[in-house]
Design a protein around this ligand. Structure first.
Ligand code: FAD
Length: 405
């Protein structure tokens, strides 16, 4: 709640000019606040007369304790039949299982689906105790309004302690809306999640351009909500015997509540190269590759290894590859089996996007390059000389294998 000290307030209006939400006005010579106030604190910071303050209602430990369970929003791949969850959902179930165990509470998969068939077995097999199934024909295709309405209803009714979303385009679209509507905090793009000794969710994410890691807690209200990028956490091993209880959640949804409609779907494909998000092998180029045509050496190597080409922001900015192939904080987070970084310096903003790779090989002519700290195998030398030799060796090995089989 915004506290206005009318004794101190001079009605100078500086706070009104600085309020991003138009929540302040002068009425009968007195400063007043309306319901648009989000307690962002912009007015408090600019008040020279110390006439404004924020009183945050701290929920009592008893109130906080009423919220239980770790909920994971299940994003379904709309191209699959029966509908399957996207890979990030399984990653979140793996992490969610650890959090639920630390709290001694349930792990719940929240499925928002149309009337078609959904593979529900997969959730129990990846650690969920319970599936909350919300079905409605208007949930067949994603819509911001429809999904926000239903998720808000589930959270309000079930009172979870933690809600996790994949930081996919849809997750990034509706998680903040749910948080705003229910007046919750939301930490975006987390790279680490833990439960501390006070049973709070510690949400870690890069801050200040990736130069520091911020640990964020939500002490005043529940649920604690966060989005997590794909490929940050590993997919847990599938337990074929694992099962979860399914609970149908009644959905009330009206077409008039949904202000958008899918008219057409167009998939943006850059050339014939596969997407980097789910790639098993990635060969990533940096500015050290020197010119766009040299990336053909990386493409050849990627092709030989059944992988795909990616790169640093530096080469995206040069226009050598599209942004869809950028690895890092302002690009995509990847988690392949093998990541070969060629002429990449290893800036923190790049490394946060590839550090979950299983094996990292770096080729760089500077023995002090930061990328070597992340690499399992480092090759110091000129990449433009090394890559043709490497490709020739792989080719020779393949021919030998073919001859002996
Ligand atoms: C807010 C913010 C977000 C950012 N987001 C991202 C992001 O998502 N992804 C990202 O990548 N960057 C990001 N950056 C930029 C990042 O800080 C670096 O500037 C960038 O990663 C550097 O790219 P690079 O390693 O290709 O180039 P450089 O830093 O120029 O490194 C080139 C490397 O190539 C080596 N080299 C040169 N010639 C050869 C050769 N012949 N053979 C072998 N090695 C050679 C050099 O020794 C050097 O180490 C971000 C920055 C900010 C501030």
């Amino acid at each position: 709640m915004l506290i206005i000290d009318h004794e101190r307030c001079t009605a100078c209006k500086v706070c009104i000019r600085n309020c991003p939400f138009g929540a302040l006005r002068i009425e009968d010579g007195l400063l007043q606040v309306n319901e648009s106030c989000t307690l962002c604190g912009a007015c408090v910071n600019v008040c020279r007369f110390k006439a404004l303050g924020i009183e945050r209602k701290q929920a009592s430990p008893e109130e906080l304790a009423k919220y239980k369970g770790v909920f994971v929003w299940v994003e379904l791949d709309e191209e699959t039949t029966p509908r399957q969850p996207r890979k990030v959902v399984l990653e979140l179930l793996g992490k969610g299982r650890q959090l639920a165990n630390a709290l001694g509470e349930e792990l719940v998969a929240v499925v928002l689906a149309g009337t078609g068939e959904v593979d529900l077995q997969v959730f129990g097999q990846h650690g969920a105790d319970r599936v909350i199934l919300c079905r409605h024909e208007l949930l067949e295709t994603y819509s911001t309004d429809g999904f926000t309405n239903v998720m808000c209803a589930v959270i309000s009714a079930k009172k979870p302690a933690v809600v996790l979303y994949g930081a996919t385009p849809h997750g990034r679209d509706f998680a903040p809306r749910v948080a705003a509507r229910l007046k919750l905090g939301l930490t975006a793009d987390c790279t680490g999640l833990e439960i501390d000794t006070d049973r709070q969710l510690v949400q870690t994410r890069p801050a200040f351009g990736g130069n520091i890691m911020a640990s964020i807690i939500t002490p005043y209200n529940r649920p604690q909500t966060a989005t997590v990028r794909p490929n940050v956490f590993p997919v847990p091993e599938k337990q074929p015997a694992g099962s979860a209880v399914t609970e149908e959640f009644p959905v009330t949804l009206n077409r008039s509540a949904i202000r958008t409609r899918v008219v057409e779907k167009n998939t943006l494909v850059d050339g014939s190269e596969a997407s980097i998000e789910d790639a098993r092998v990635i060969v990533a180029g940096g500015r050290g590759c020197q010119k766009a045509s040299n990336l053909d050496l990386l493409r050849t190597l990627a092709g030989q290894l059944g992988g795909t080409l990616a790169g640093s922001r530096a080469i995206v900015e040069q226009g050598w590859i599209p942004h869809t192939r950028q690895v890092g904080q302002s690009g995509t987070t990847v988690g392949p089996e093998l990541y070969i970084a060629v002429g990449v310096s290893g800036a923190i903003q790049h490394v946060v996007g590839m550090s979950s790779s299983k094996t990292v090989i770096a080729i760089n002519k500077d023995p002090e390059a930061g990328i070597f700290k992340t690499a399992d195998l480092g090759v110091v030398g000129d990449a433009l000389e090394i890559l043709p030799i490497l490709s020739a060796l792989i080719e020779k090995e393949k021919q030998m294998q073919a001859a002996s089989s």
